[in-house]
Design a binder for this molecule. Structure first.
Ligand SMILES: NC(=O)c1ccc[n+]([C@@H]2O[C@H](COP(=O)([O-])OP(=O)(O)OC[C@H]3O[C@@H](n4cnc5c(N)ncnc54)[C@H](OP(=O)(O)O)[C@@H]3O)[C@@H](O)[C@H]2O)c1
Length: 232
């Protein structure tokens, strides 16, 4: 890895959004270090270094992040994809899932500080924390839905990040699809208070593009960005 090449540590690189983020970062000429628990899931690519390790192994993650200037997080609890109608129908989420964002965030903050990395960009969801005001769902609907534990995990982890003093951005899409990138995804600062449709839909390709763009855009620092491909 050359000294002058910008390098991003990606957590969640083996996932559906994470794999698009890796491809977009590489297409921008960045190097990528994918720190993953299943290295065998990663396809080799020029500019991509794959390092195996667990999210709570701060020493291993710190070593993996050496030389990186940014961290991009697309982690998510496995098997927690729900439709709008399932959210409206309510009911508890399946038990026993690891709160992966909360678990990873204290490692991420320690790793960033140990490596003098200031920039951390995280994939979240529309309705998490303060972004509930941008969602057509109410806090009560979320609390009584299968999304409750997923959203609490995001908010608990993101609260740690906001308090860390690092240059953070969180990106909050509505329901995700595996559809293509669209020409002009809507990107809104959550602080605007603008409300999006509860069933707003975003392709993972659009989310990946916004995440990757945010890494180098100082205007997005300390912001919660709402992203949407299209409204119903
Ligand atoms: N689905 C939606 O409609 C929706 C809407 C808004 C926001 N989101 C948010 O989008 C994010 C990612 O979505 P996605 O569809 O791209 O997720 P995904 O395809 O399920 O990928 C999740 C990633 O997290 C990793 N991961 C999960 N638990 C882990 C653990 N304990 N240790 C290490 N790695 C772990 C997975 O690694 P492995 O490959 O090793 O399992 C994978 O790389 C989530 O935070 C979700 O809340 C989703």
């Amino acid at each position: 890895m050359s000294e002058n090449t910008r390098t991003t540590l990606v957590l969640g690189a083996s996932g559906r959004t994470g794999s698009l983020v890796v491809a977009d970062l590489l297409a921008e000429g960045r190097h990528v270090v994918a720190y993953v628990r299943r290295p065998e899931a990663m396809k080799p690519a020029n500019g991509l270094t794959v390092i195996g390790g667990q999210l709570d192994d701060v020493a291993a993650m710190t070593a993996a992040a050496a030389g990186c200037d940014s961290i991009l997080v697309t982690l998510g609890m496995k098997g927690m994809d729900f439709s709008a109608s399932e959210v409206m129908a309510g009911g508890p989420a399946p038990e026993g899932r690891t709160p992966v964002i909360t678990m990873a965030m204290s490692s991420i903050i320690a790793v960033a500080k140990a490596n003098d990395i200031r920039r951390v960009v995280v994939l979240s969801a529309l309705g998490v924390g303060a972004t509930i005001k941008n969602s057509a769902f109410t806090a009560e609907q979320i609390a009584n839905s299968p999304l409750d534990s997923v959203f609490r995990d995001h908010e608990n982890g993101e609260a740690l990040l906001r308090a860390s003093g690092l240059d953070w951005t969180t990106v909050h899409p509505g329901f995700l699809t595996s559809g293509p990138a669209t020409a002009h995804p809507v990107v809104i600062d959550a602080a605007s208070g603008r409300k999006l449709p509860g069933r707003s839909v975003t392709s993972r390709a659009d989310v990946a593009a916004v995440l990757v763009h945010s890494v180098d855009d100082p205007a997005t620092i300390d912001k919660q960005l709402i992203v949407m491909s299209e409204a119903e």
